[in-house]
Design a binder for this molecule. Sequence first.
Ligand code: PGA
Length: 252
Amino acid sequence: MGKRKALMAGNWKMHTTAVDGCQLAVDVASACADFTDREVLLAPPFTILSEVSHILKGRPVIIGSQNVCWEEKGAFTGEISPIMVQAAGGSAAIVGHSERRQIFGETDELINKRLRGGLSFGLLMIFCVGETLEEREAGKAFAVLYEQIKKGLADVAAPDMAKVVIAYEPVWAIGTGKTASKEQAQETHAFIRGVLEQIYEKNVAEQTRILYGGSVKPTNVDELMAQPDIDGALVGGAALDAQSFGRIINFK
Ligand code: PGA
């Protein structure tokens, strides 16, 4: 089958307030051509989801949150619910980012709850996985990824996989300037697709988009996107600069 529709996602992390965030969003939207083979997603901080959605109304940009709770409402201090994301104009959410796992101690089980919660409200879910440098050097990368995927997707039914995008982000490549080589990334993406085939079936594995993340830049995006199993990018640092992200979404 042909390649899946690419998804180019910008994760703004804890950067931007209303004025600079809206400006960045508008500049990114201006860099979007009439794409038919790719989608663009922005994940601003919770505080400006509404402003960014509002200013991009009618533009072909998907808005997502950087995390999401599984409940609609309740006593969950510090959390954001799927309906809050939707009310703010969002239709997607990132879960399992390595910063959530490493800095905030989120476990596979918690991430699975977030993932299933977001799906139950119809959000497009970007589910992140990735190994640390220590794990890669010890030859454990695939075992770690297998575990994260298996546990993260527990009780996610095959039809729901249409709304799941996997983001492979080697922790050692995030914000470090070190990118996995295109061969390393392709090999790992192919492995992840194999795990999906094992959990679900060939169809699901072939249709699920697998994004690469970790120091994606204008200078490496083309070779990464040329790999058969790389279906997009989750971009941090370079997504904060409209010119860089504009070039990334216009990968050749
Ligand atoms: P980076 O971040 O592009 O700055 O490496 C990627 C991410 O953490 O999603």
